[in-house]
Write a protein that binds this ligand. Structure first.
Ligand code: MLT
Ligand code: MN
Ligand code: ZN
Length: 306
């Protein structure tokens, strides 16, 4: 099983088009040590060449596809290595890239929960719009702990589990989240038995989530915010991190505390980093803190073989 990070930033990307926070202006002017990042997406490859599963379709998908040449094997006049698409939520940063994939020559196999399918047919009817182009073939993701297999990642089996987080603002469930609004994924390579935990939007760690985190060889997990009040302190929003469905890294009960409790052999990588997060500055004290805890920060183009 091979993971390639296509986009490691949260919604908005890094730098965000209208943002002049220290990080965004620093990356534009080259005055901080960092690298720009596109919005949240990974691909998963199994043991068949030229085949991948896209997990989340970001608005930056076209530049992401260009950045990884294996995704265009060029075997025929129209071609792609992407075989199916898995969505962990219905948010803009994880779904609007679907529009850019409308020229597919067959309906896209899309794996998502009934809650996300409804958000993408009612709240933001992307899937209905796609019916006028390539169409989709929906594979409902259930949260029953059953393994499933996804075309494009041969030899990998998948499980999905509910996360406490938040559906998109246009979701009818925004105020009262329901199971399946946000999921995490647990992937196992069936020959090496190596396992990956993937949850780019995680608001809290419950028993089930903890069980999967502990069982994984690599956790690729929500790195959106450093601090609970990060957006308020910068004057960017009136919302706390947890209100937005993201567990911050610092503080009591924060992500660093959880990751510290994992076995030392577990690889720990933060992904879905918001442009406001000080860990993007490789010279920040917060980034040094992560290094002390053995926690890595994902970047676009990062490859992981759990
Ligand atoms: C989130 O995960 O909270 C989203 O990235 C927000 C957004 O896309 O606006
Ligand atoms: Mn997001
Ligand atoms: Zn910014």
């Amino acid at each position: 099983m091979k993971i390639r990070v296509l986009g490691s930033a949260a919604g908005g990307g890094f730098p965000q088009w209208n943002c002049n926070c220290r990080n965004c202006s620093g990356v534009r002017s080259g005055t901080i040590r960092t690298s720009s990042r596109t919005q949240s997406s990974i691909v998963v490859g199994g043991n068949t060449a030229h085949e991948f599963v896209l997990v989340n379709a970001s608005p930056d998908i076209l530049s992401q596809l260009k950045s990884f040449e294996q995704l265009q094997p060029a075997r025929q006049i129209r071609d792609t290595a992407l075989k199916s698409i898995v969505l962990v939520d219905g948010q803009i940063d994880h779904t609007t890239g679907l529009f850019m994939l409308r020229e597919a020559r067959a309906p896209w196999p899309i794996w998502c929960t009934p809650a996300v399918h409804r958000d993408l047919t009612d709240g933001n009817p992307i899937l209905k719009v796609l019916d006028h182009y390539c169409g989709i073939e929906w594979n409902p993701v259930d949260l029953s702990d059953a393994w499933f297999e996804v075309k494009g990642a041969e030899g990998v089996r998948w499980k999905a589990f509910n996360l406490s987080s938040k559906p998109a603002p246009f979701s009818p469930n925004r105020a009262k989240p329901i199971p399946g609004d946000n999921i995490g994924l647990f992937l196992e390579d069936q020959s090496t038995h190596r396992k990956l935990f993937y949850a780019p939007g995680l608001g809290g760690v419950d028993d089930k989530v903890w069980e999967y985190m502990r069982a994984a060889d690599c956790v690729l997990v929500d790195g959106t915010f450093w601090a609970e009040d990060e957006m308020l302190a910068l004057g960017l929003s009136s919302k706390f991190a947890r209100d937005m469905g993201h567990l911050p890294q610092s503080g009591a009960g924060g992500m660093i505390e959880w990751l510290d409790r994992l076995p030392s052999s577990t690889r720990k990588v933060l992904i879905h980093i918001n442009n406001s997060n000080p860990i993007l500055d490789e010279d920040s004290t917060q980034r040094a803190d992560l290094r002390d805890h053995g926690i890595e920060v994902a970047y676009d183009g990062m490859e992981i073989e759990p």
